[in-house]
Design a protein around this ligand. Structure first.
Ligand SMILES: [Zn+2]
Length: 202
């Protein structure tokens, strides 16, 4: 039984990038405030959805989903700046199946960093890096892409979150804040907080 206050969450900015550094972003991740509370005990709408999916696309990419609570507020793409059609020079897009999802990757180093489903709409906004990283108002001003309200699905590949920012994938997995999604044999969305379904990986 979760204790009072166990549903409190913390929201924290993490920088992320592809291996060569061409793709750069800041992702706000919302997690349980209490490290002893498993994700299974919380309302999943309250914190970022971090999961491994066993569908062939996610599995073969080694993709680890981290889907922000707010697609418009929690993800700022600093490089490259993608246009209204969802394209940018040097940014590869892979589409498969129903072609509804754009899996973005760096054409130089090959890392897949994020995924957006159609329609990709977004806009370029000015960001103060100090405020974005919650380190005060005296930050460098940069341009960034943010998703518009029309975007219905945005997932960041959590393995591209930069190391050395405190809690990370190891702690999140050990605290059971990462779940496993069944999409290999069924078309439903069965989830497990304990172990992957057939063909999935931890
Ligand atoms: Zn790269």
């Amino acid at each position: 039984m979760a204790s009072p206050g166990a549903h409190d969450v913390t929201r924290k900015p993490y920088t992320g990038s592809c291996h060569c550094g061409f793709i750069k972003y800041v992702l706000h991740v919302t997690l349980p405030a209490d490290p002893n509370v498993s994700g299974a005990d919380l309302d999943p709408a309250m914190f970022s959805k971090i999961y491994r999916c066993n569908c062939t696309t996610c599995h073969k990419m080694g993709y680890m989903h981290c889907r922000p609570v707010s697609m418009t507020d929690d993800f700022r793409l600093l490089s490259p700046l993608i246009d209204k059609h969802g394209n940018a020079e040097g940014l590869g897009v892979y589409q498969c199946g129903g072609m509804y999802a754009s899996w973005y990757f760096c054409q130089r180093c090959g890392c897949r960093a994020f995924t957006i489903t159609k329609p990709e709409g977004g806009q370029i906004v000015k960001v103060n890096m100090g405020e974005l990283m919650e380190q005060g108002s005296k930050g460098e001003l940069k341009e960034a892409w943010k998703a518009s309200d029309s975007v219905k699905y945005l997932s960041v590949n959590a393995v591209t979150i930069d190391a050395g920012q405190g809690d990370g994938l190891r702690e999140w997995t050990e605290r059971k804040w990462v779940y496993y999604l069944e999409r290999f044999k069924t078309t439903g969305h069965n989830i497990s907080w304990d172990r992957p379904f057939e063909a999935g990986m931890y």
